[in-house]
Unconditional design. Structure first.
Length: 736
């Protein structure tokens, strides 16, 4: 007998694992989907994990134990097993999968055992992800491998409900052909893929279309794969429901049917609304749900928002409309829940009070935005998920109201008679802020500190694959600046003035962004200097490279808010030499910004456009789909939407190819016009910005899809140019 206590503990751990494996036969789910995910995510280490199914009654939970090289993760669903794996990586190996960037290349050959067993139980049953508009702003042409990784990341971080609108265009196509529309008419009504989210929200139609039948087939097949994978992982696909949207001419095709015109949304004509009280509504809804079931099967969660952002009820009593919408949903899917977005005046209290609260889930987009919120009072006790929209239009801006999350979520969850039953991760564009993603999803699984600093101290270790004093210092700075914003009417940081239509008085690029800095920009810049000094061994991770580029990018963008008023003052005082010096500095900053962005694949315009090009069946369609993508991040739509609706640059973002392709030429043209005005003593000539944006959006110039340049060297150049590091600092000294 071996008296060694280490060996004895190893045998006991193995015996416990065998007992778990034996009991898993009765747990009721297959662990193979989780095993397949590990093969994708950790091909060199997946064999060292034993995955065990736990009985799934009650709250989701996972347990982690094992010996070196033999890690046992037990969980109540395949997705929860993956959440356990991510927790093991973070807490034991100090590595992680982020969105984007990871540090798993730093894993040792033999995985270490947890010092003691780890177990966690979900604090809320509903863990929802993806905004209504995520498919547009994140990449409407993302292929299956991209979606596969997206779903893996959501599972790793504990999400169990995912909004999945893709393929709904085919549901409408099949449904409306039963009600008097031919195929060409339906296809002309449905927008191209990147603009479809706003069609589903009943805001607009047609723009960028018609889609080819090939595109309908491609997206339908993609949707089937997504829904199948969600089911395999034990997650729920949240599908769009039917609340009455119809194309123009519906009443003419069906005499006596009551249809309410919806007016305009941001310069676009909205689709009509079929009165849910009308007997025709029940027929259309039944057909919609029948086709949806035939294509994608059933779900238990369906998302619908009546009268979103200014919709018109007309002479329809909203409470009665809601009752009929719910009746149609229950007729098709008995017991299903109706998911609504908490946003502006949505959902109307008349809708909430008209239906069974237990069949509702409100995913709140404003939990961290305002003071004085009482969601039990606001929504009369209807169940809701604590949510945040920490970027709009997929802006490449860094930061969130994380201190509000950390204090408010547990307070709301634990209050007397709380109706909070979930979290809702809903940035308008995902994959741009890995720290915000990691912290927000952690709310549902563990007791977190009441303020950001301690959480970010741990994050700095597993984000890059090990402890480092400069990484810790960088994240202390970030935790105290970009991630310490208050709930003062905003939930996202300021956007970049580089991305704005040029004007000396401009304060935002997007019409609905904060007009000033929401944190101390000078202090933020110190994080660049600290990141440059991170130990060379940690700089090889994709997580480090992404963060270094992102933080340096943000520092340059913040400097623009300092520089532009100086340019304005020089112009106002007619100081032409100083004006030229400062505008040269501005354009030089933009040139450096584009080169910095070019060093990281996630900041390449070519990466944003590649999937659209790949999805096309011919060159003509490639031009159509690329315009769909390019227009979304510039003019957004046609002239009425861009100018009268003020949607231009709503989805502004800093991408290499966009900065030097459109943003810098816009500012160059503007500064040239002002310089000419100074020389001539006359007002500057007006510039048609929309025409310039449209010319760029229709361009077909080749864009890089592989990075170029040394991110560390370029970030060092940013630090030097902005004088971010103290004199005599070793700002990044050492091998890189």
């Amino acid at each position: 007998m071996n008296p060694n206590p280490v060996h004895r503990r190893g045998r006991l751990a193995l015996l416990a694992a065998l007992c778990l494996v034996a009991s898993s036969a009765f747990a009721g789910f297959d662990t193979v989907p989780a095993r397949n995910a590990l093969q994708r995510l950790l091909p060199r280490h997946q064999a060292q994990f034993t995955l065990v199914a736990l009985e799934g009654k009650g709250a989701d939970r996972f347990e982690i134990s094992g010996t070196p090289g033999h890690i046992v993760v037990a969980g109540t669903s395949p997705a929860t097993l993956l959440t356990g794996v991510e927790t093991y990586l973070e807490q034991v190996t100090h590595t992680s999968f982020g969105w984007p960037g990871d540090s798993v290349d730093r894993l040792p050959v033999i995985l270490p055992a947890p010092p003691s067993p780890i177990s966690r139980m979900s604090k809320v049953p509903d863990r929802f992800a993806l905004n209504d508009v995520d498919d547009g702003y994140s990449d409407a042409y993302l292929d299956w491998p991209g979606w596969e990784h997206k779903l893996d990341l959501l599972a790793l971080h504990g999400i169990n409900e995912v909004f999945m609108p893709i393929g709904t265009e085919e549901v409408y196509r099949r449904t409306l052909r039963e009600f008097g529309y031919d195929d060409a008419q339906v296809r002309a009504w449905i927008p191209a893929a990147a603009h479809q989210p706003w069609w589903l929200l009943q805001n607009m139609s047609a723009f960028g279309g018609p889609m080819s039948t090939t595109q309908f087939a491609r997206r339908t097949e993609l949707a089937r794969k997504i829904v199948a994978r969600l089911r395999e992982l034990g997650m729920t696909a949240v599908m769009p429901g039917y609340f009455g949207t119809v194309p123009a001419g519906f009443a003419e095709r069906h005499a006596g049917v009551h249809v309410v015109a919806q007016g305009e949304w941001a310069g676009f004509t909205r689709p009509d609304w079929l009165d849910p009280r009308d007997p025709m509504y029940a027929r259309v809804a039944a057909a919609f749900y029948r086709h949806q079931r035939e294509l994608f099967g059933d779900s238990t969660l369906y998302k619908m928002d009546l009268l979103h952002e200014g919709g018109r009820a007309g002479d329809v009593p909203v409470n009665l409309a809601a009752q009929h919408v719910m009746q149609a949903l229950q007729a098709a899917h008995p017991g299903a829940r109706w998911v609504m977005l908490g946003w502006q005046r949505n959902p109307p209290i008349a809708v909430i009070d008209a239906v069974d609260h237990q069949r509702l889930l409100i995913v709140d987009g404003l939990s961290d935005r305002h003071e004085g919120l009482d969601r039990e009072r606001d929504w009369h006790g209807a169940p809701y998920a604590f949510g945040a929209i920490s970027n709009f239009g997929g802006h490449t801006t860094l930061g969130a109201n994380t201190g509000v999350w950390l204090s408010r979520f547990p307070a709301w969850r634990d209050k007397h008679d709380s109706a909070l039953r979930g979290i809702a991760y809903m940035p308008e564009g995902t994959g741009t802020d890995p720290a915000a993603f990691a912290l927000f999803t952690a709310l549902a699984w563990q007791a977190l500190p009441a303020e950001p600093a301690p959480w970010f101290a741990d994050y700095a270790v597993y984000r890059y694959g090990g402890p480092d004093e400069h990484a810790s210092a960088a994240w202390r700075v970030l935790a105290a600046t970009a991630y310490a914003m208050p709930s003062n009417g905003w939930s996202e940081p300021q956007d970049s003035l580089f991305n704005a239509r040029p004007d000396l008085a401009v304060r935002t690029a997007a019409r609905w962004s904060p007009e000033s800095m929401r944190y101390d920009g000078a202090r933020f810049g110190q994080a660049v200097c600290e990141l440059l000094q991170v130990e060379p061994a940690l700089r090889s991770t994709s997580a480090y490279r992404y963060d270094l580029v992102d933080v340096a990018r943000q520092a340059l963008a913040n400097q623009a808010r300092v520089l532009l008023p100086q340019i304005g003052a020089a112009y106002a005082s007619k100081d032409a030499p100083r004006f030229r010096t400062l505008t040269t500095q501005w354009l030089g900053d933009m040139a450096l910004l584009d080169r910095l962005l070019a060093s990281e694949p996630h900041f390449l315009l070519g990466s944003w456009l590649a999937h659209a090009r790949d999805a096309a069946g011919n060159d003509e369609e490639a031009a159509q789909l690329e315009y769909d993508q390019r227009s979304l991040i510039t003019s957004w739509g046609d002239r009425s939407g861009a100018d009268r609706g003020e949607l231009h640059d709503y989805a502004n973002r800093e991408l290499s190819g966009l900065v030097n392709g459109l943003y810098a030429p816009r500012w160059q043209r503007y500064f040239d016009s002002l310089a000419g005005a100074l020389d001539k003593g006359a007002p500057p000539a007006p510039i048609d910005w929309f025409a310039m944006e449209q010319a760029w959006a229709h361009a077909r110039d080749a864009q890089r899809t592989t990075p170029q340049g040394d991110a560390w060297q370029l970030a060092t150049e940013v630090a030097t140019r902005l004088d971010l590091c103290p004199r005599g600092s070793p700002s990044g000294a050492g091998s890189h």
